[in-house]
Design a binder for this molecule. Structure first.
Ligand SMILES: Cc1cc2nc3c(=O)[nH]c(=O)nc-3n(C[C@H](O)[C@H](O)[C@H](O)COP(=O)(O)OP(=O)(O)OC[C@H]3O[C@@H](n4cnc5c(N)ncnc54)[C@H](O)[C@@H]3O)c2cc1C
Ligand SMILES: *[C@@H]1O[C@H](CO)[C@@H](O)[C@H](O)[C@H]1NC(C)=O
Ligand SMILES: *[C@@H]1O[C@H](CO)[C@@H](O)[C@H](O)[C@H]1NC(C)=O
Length: 351
């Protein structure tokens, strides 16, 4: 019997998982169930920079494993004949710190992944900075990529459909409604909405607002290391200016006060942005969680039907950065489930 799984959520996490599952498990039927689709997911508003960020207590070894798989995948896309269609660009990045001792000499494990990653000293940081008497004491310079979800999500969706995937636009009110159906497993990639779905109160929005401005002369990213720091990340059509990190704030409307402070902060970093035309203001909710949740679970409805569930949510400010690596771990778990009980869903659905 051909196995059948449902993926909930058509954001960067859900679509990556759905496509990798199709491509790894021959004959697998995948149904993608989602309330919103690109261009209306959280990732669509993000700049899509590969750089672990806002992940709280997620273990460093997990961050390194997931972000590394994603970086390798992005490199492969960038070298492929399809590079121009998927929204991938190589960009140099500077991350500047005002830490009195300069950049932390002990950099996290993931910093070994990019093709280049170097510490820069206070003297070099000063040269880059246009802030006179700059507070910057150093930082890092690295080569990274942007994988723009507004371009990449439509590409993934096209692949998903070509691979025979089915798409359902539907809001799942509770996982129980999927019990006793045709699914051998359900993969939960519901982002910040995991909060209400099963009542995982540890999922909290970390609101991020950005401005997209016209500044085609900016080719590099600049980020301030502190948590509420500003950042400037070029995308194909616009340059993305950020940002805010407002925990517990569910407001998805752009706030004029935030726009003003983002504009001011970014113009301090690159004064030439002052007169750049603002094309778009946007706010989205990062799915904040003490740790990314990626694990196997199962639920039972009131008729006694059980359903295998794999959770894959809570990627904070790194959903793009971790997407492909997390999808690999989910597919490994899925292989275990399908290998150990090939027709569980079929038997229960006869009840
Ligand atoms: C301003 C900003 C900038 C960012 N910049 C970056 C960056 O540069 N690099 C990076 O790696 N990350 C960045 N992020 C973080 C990244 O955008 C998120 O981590 C990522 O989008 C999360 O993806 P997701 O697929 O889990 O969630 P979402 O994109 O929120 O997708 C969730 C999907 O699940 C669906 N869904 C939810 N509940 C249900 C339900 N009950 N029934 C049916 N469907 C449901 C939704 O409709 C949606 O389609 C940024 C975030 C913000 C806000
Ligand atoms: C995105 O949202 C807009 C506004 O609500 C809606 O008109 C559009 O159909 C949505 N797009 C998709 C692909 O769902
Ligand atoms: C996804 O997981 C969250 C957290 O456990 C839960 O609240 C939600 O109901 C789940 N959603 C689905 C559709 O399984």
């Amino acid at each position: 019997m051909t196995p059948h799984v449902a993926v909930i959520g058509a954001g960067i996490v859900g679509l990556s998982t759905a496509v990798l599952a199709q491509e790894t498990i021959p004959g697998l039927h995948v149904t993608l169930i989602s309330e919103h689709f690109s261009p209306n997911t959280t990732g669509d508003g993000s700049a899509g920079l590969w750089m672990p960020y806002c992940l709280k207590d997620t273990p460093q070894s997990d961050i390194a494993r997931w972000s590394s798989k994603t970086y390798q995948h992005i490199l492969k896309l960038w070298k492929s004949a399809e590079a121009g269609d998927v929204g991938v660009s190589l960009i140099p990045c500077y991350k500047l710190t005002d830490n009195p001792g300069g950049p932390n000499k002990e950099q996290p494990e993931w910093t070994k992944i990019p093709v280049a990653y170097q510490l820069i000293n206070g003297h070099q940081a000063q040269k880059l900075s246009s802030v006179s008497d700059s507070e910057f004491t150093g930082g890092v310079h690295c080569i990274s990529f942007t994988l723009e979800p507004s371009r990449f999500l439509p590409y993934l969706m096209m692949k998903f459909k070509l691979n025979g995937g089915k798409v359902l636009q539907h809001k799942v009110e509770s996982l129980q409604e999927l019990c006793g159906q045709q699914y051998d497993a359900v993969i939960n990639c519901s982002g910040v909405q995991a909060h209400s779905l099963v009542g995982d109160n540890s999922v909290q929005p970390v609101r991020g607002q950005v401005l997209r401005v016209k500044a085609p002369w900016v080719f590099h990213a600049v980020l301030e290391e502190r948590d509420d720091g500003n950042y400037i990340i070029p995308n194909e059509e616009c340059v993305v200016l950020g940002g805010t990190q407002q925990e517990g704030n569910w407001n998805t409307k752009p706030d004029p006060a935030d726009s003003m402070s983002i504009h001011k902060g970014c113009c301090r970093l690159i004064p030439g942005l002052k007169d750049a035309t603002v094309m778009k203001e946007w706010a989205g909710l990062r799915p904040g969680r003490p740790q990314v949740r990626l694990e196997r679970d199962h639920i039972r409805d009131k008729y006694g039907n059980t359903l295998e569930v794999i959770h894959n949510y809570g990627h904070g400010g790194s959903g793009v950065t971790l997407s492909w690596g997390c999808a690999h771990d989910v597919v490994d778990i899925l292989k275990d489930i399908l290998g150990s009980q090939p027709s569980a869903a079929k038997t229960s659905s006869k009840l």
